[in-house]
Design a protein around this ligand. Sequence first.
Ligand SMILES: [Fe+2]
Length: 250
Amino acid sequence: MFNIFSRAKPKLSDLIPKNFVDIHSHVLPGIDDGAKNIDESLKMIYEMSMLGFSKIIGTPHTYEGVHNNTNKSIEKSFQRLQEKNHENIAISYASEYMLDNSIFEKIRSKSLLCLKNNYVLVEMSYISPPINLYEIIFELRTNGYIPVLAHPERYRFLHHNFKEFEKLLNHGCKFQLNLLSVSGYYGDDILKISDLLLEKNMISFVGSDAHSISHIKIINGIRRKNFESRVRVKNKKQLELALDNNSSFK
Ligand SMILES: [Fe+2]
């Protein structure tokens, strides 16, 4: 039956443009808290291709002491997956780097794995920023990198200090919104900040940040938010612009 309310609130999957490039995902097998093995990676990739994704950049965590990845471990995991990927979808790799002191050496040796050109995906702890946050950003910028901050909306310590978002942008960061945030997956407070960041045109890119197949669709009857959920932000135009911007990572 025709439902005006469901038309007003499209599903996340309805907004995925043709040739969408996902710049943030944990599809590479067995090297972080994402896909556990190749079988799970392939299932995720299949579902993402069904949603219309044309390219997926695997961005496993590089987080000293938690996910001790190196360029070698990431390349190896990528190669194992690439050999088995027969979907009509391109896979490449980079990393999601924790902003901590271990990144300095990688910046200075210019060995960071980039999404494309000099764009590098970075994240912070959800509890607090590093005390030398702006020193790290300065080091990235002066070495020619453009930091793309993953899911700025998920750092609750910034929610009541909105000026800090502006400061991060003024220091040369770009923001990547998690697509699941606009469905309320991470909570209504994160949904609200996502809408505000969109309204103020502060979001450059988006990403799935998919760690498992349950982030993409309902499995085993477990109902949680995924790409079939409704988009609950008001600023859909800005969201669509950010979705389109991702095509620059083709
Ligand atoms: Fe991530």
